[in-house]
Design a protein around this ligand. Sequence first.
Ligand SMILES: C[S@@+](CC[C@H](N)C(=O)[O-])C[C@H]1O[C@@H](n2cnc3c(N)ncnc32)[C@H](O)[C@@H]1O
Length: 216
Amino acid sequence: MKTYLSLKNEHQRALPEEFQHDDVRYTEGLVEQFLGEFTRDGDVVFDPFMGYGTTLVVAERLNRVAFGVEFEERRWRYVQTILQNPERALHGDSTKLASMKLPDFDFSITSPPYMGRHHKENPFTAYSTVGEGYGKYLETMRQIYHQLNAKLKPSGRAVIEVSNLKHEDGTLTTLAWDIATEISKVLRFQGEIVVTWDDGYGYGYDHSYCLVFAKM
Ligand SMILES: C[S@@+](CC[C@H](N)C(=O)[O-])C[C@H]1O[C@@H](n2cnc3c(N)ncnc32)[C@H](O)[C@@H]1O
């Protein structure tokens, strides 16, 4: 696979109106590229931060067996209505991945909930509670991926799509780089693929990174 991709930041499926103000999805095109590169028919694919279900919808369309976990009940309920196998989409908290009834998987892809260095809310409760700061956020990401590593098959790969964040006051959170550093403690970092987004991305950027990890 090349170390860069150029994609359009557009979706094949419109979200219901109630979610349109909060469209945090990545694109079907991105998921298609990575499933095409790293998986085959019948492989088990997992998304620990399922959101509106993009990973699972594309995986099912490509005849993969797709599982995911989502914290927010309303998003999970919506995903239930768009999957062929809704029972594989779990409503839950990925910080407790080890205790969930999930098969071992061949591949994982996700975009995590973002956090800026100075943000107060906890991303892992969908920002509904006060968090314990950026250091704790990175530590929790590491703990989630430590659990995810245990469920990854020996030849499996895990991909995290993420960007750095430019803030309005001119400061920056090097979120993508910090996540790469932190997750490298529990999975083997294999490098980044830069994705340039034709129509822009967000957070002051028009590119993001897909961080590729192998089982530790
Ligand atoms: C960036 S969004 C993922 C969007 C997804 N890639 C899509 O295309 O729809 C991150 C998701 O993680 C969910 N989330 C946050 N904390 C979680 C947790 N502890 N366990 C499971 N999901 C969580 C959020 O509610 C949010 O929907």
